[in-house]
Write a protein that binds this ligand. Structure first.
Ligand code: C5P
Length: 401
């Protein structure tokens, strides 16, 4: 597998016995044509010497946040800007804990905090440390804020400490494949892609609104996957607590009407529109100019709701400058039949169907399972992390553009 020579990969090595395998990982990246910089934590240097990585990359390893000479060359913020992809391999329990708290007291945590691009993490630790609820909670926390980060492994098997179980770092080949696979398929080069994501908020008065639990994770993962596939991406998003993927243009909106207006502006003349947003179907007919006051013990008041525009259907109805249109359908039963029905009614080219009756998948979760349908195809993928689902969807959609 080879990549464009300008793919800049920062490999962060933290302190575990699997650090010796990272030398092979770095060699694979260099061999594929990537520009590789290695960063080592203090602990990592107890396992492998920086000289090993320097010999493989031809660059001095970065390890200290407070190194005046290194900071003069490329400061830690510049290092974060420089990287197209950061790979943390091995990622120890300690490094995951520190990253999950947003710490910035060494070079690794600082660079990651200042970085907005794709990250691939290959955890490695003792099986009991891996299974510990605190480690799992740290991973959940990281995944919740960074749905577009990609995880590989750990594998199960015999460990250096003699234990048997999950915690071995994945093979350098598997990690390289995951990182380079995402960076090589430039199937959307030159394409303009618009994605709607997140919930909308429909105001009742200046301090209250009607909304839903959409996390926006699927839309943000798709934005990153499309950007990595070479597209120029506009992400029209309702209010969410997610990091915007590097290189993606964000248009922040609040209500369904705002989202409609922003999407229509961006989508006319674009190549692809993917609607992942959970748009409120209705909004209050009137929004009170002042905060509604609490008065009695009971509140007897009717809030009249009026229909919001159907954004994806409006784009699909465009007669000039119409992009290829993909919608989402969350269904609890007869998912494929209802999804196909939605595709026909809204005149969409493709629909991604989520069966939301499966516990732990879909809405708000980090994982998903989907079926992509068009007039010709019906293909399923998952359960898998949303970023993997997104990469698969982008690949499939690109085939049909
Ligand atoms: O009709 P339903 O809400 O189930 O359709 C879901 C699909 O339609 C999603 O792709 C969603 O983003 C889109 N949609 C929209 N505007 C609306 C309602 C739904 O774009 N007002």
């Amino acid at each position: 597998m080879t990549v464009e020579a300008n793919l800049k990969i920062l490999v962060a090595v933290t302190g575990g016995i699997a650090a010796y395998k990272s030398a092979e990982l770095v060699r694979l990246f260099v061999k594929a044509g990537a520009d590789v910089q290695v960063l080592m934590t203090e602990g990592a240097q107890a396992f492998v010497t920086p000289l090993t990585f320097q010999a493989l990359t031809g660059k001095a390893v970065r390890s200290s946040l407070l190194d005046p000479a290194a900071e003069l060359g490329m400061g830690h913020i510049e290092l974060a800007r420089w990287a197209d992809h950061i790979v943390i391999a091995p990622a120890t329990a300690d490094s995951l804990a520190r990253l999950s708290q947003g710490m910035a007291n060494d070079l690794l945590t600082t660079v990651i905090l200042a970085y907005q691009g794709p990250v691939t993490i290959a955890p490695a630790m003792n099986q009991a440390m891996w299974s510990n609820v605190i480690t799992q909670d740290n991973i959940k926390r990281l995944s919740a804020f960074h749905p577009h980060w990609s995880w590989v492994g750990p594998d199960a098997g015999e460990q250096a400490c003699g234990d048997v179980g999950p915690g071995r770092m994945s093979s350098p080949e598997a990690i390289a494949h995951q990182v380079l696979g995402a960076a090589t398929d430039k199937t959307l080069t030159g394409k303009r892609v618009v994605i709607s994501a997140g919930p909308t908020r429909e105001r009742l008065d200046p301090v209250r609104y009607i909304s839903n639990f959409s996390s926006g994770k699927m839309g943000y993962a798709l934005a990153q996957a499309a950007q990595q596939a070479g597209a120029d991406v506009v992400l029209v998003s309702g209010p969410v607590a997610l990091q915007v993927p590097k290189g993606v243009r964000l248009v922040s909106v609040e209500s369904a009407q705002d989202m409609h207006d922003a999407v229509m502006k961006a989508a006319v003349g674009s190549d692809l529109f993917i609607a992942t947003a959970a748009v409120a179907d209705y909004r209050p007919e009137t929004t009170a100019a002042q905060k509604m006051k609490k008065s009695d013990k009971t509140l007897s008041r009717t809030i009249d709701l009026v229909e919001n525009p159907d954004i994806v259907a409006s784009v699909a109805r465009l007669t000039t400058g119409r992009p290829f249109v993909v919608g989402f359908a969350a269904e609890t039963h007869d998912a494929v039949a209802y999804g196909q029905d939605k595709r026909v009614k809204k005149q969409l080219d493709m629909v991604v169907i989520n069966d939301v009756s499966v516990p732990g998948l879909g809405f708000g979760s980090d994982d998903n399972q989907v079926t992509l349908v068009s007039a010709e195809i019906q293909e399923s993928y998952g359960p898998a992390a949303k970023i993997r689902i997104a990469q698969w969807l982008i690949e499939k959609i690109a085939d049909h553009l």
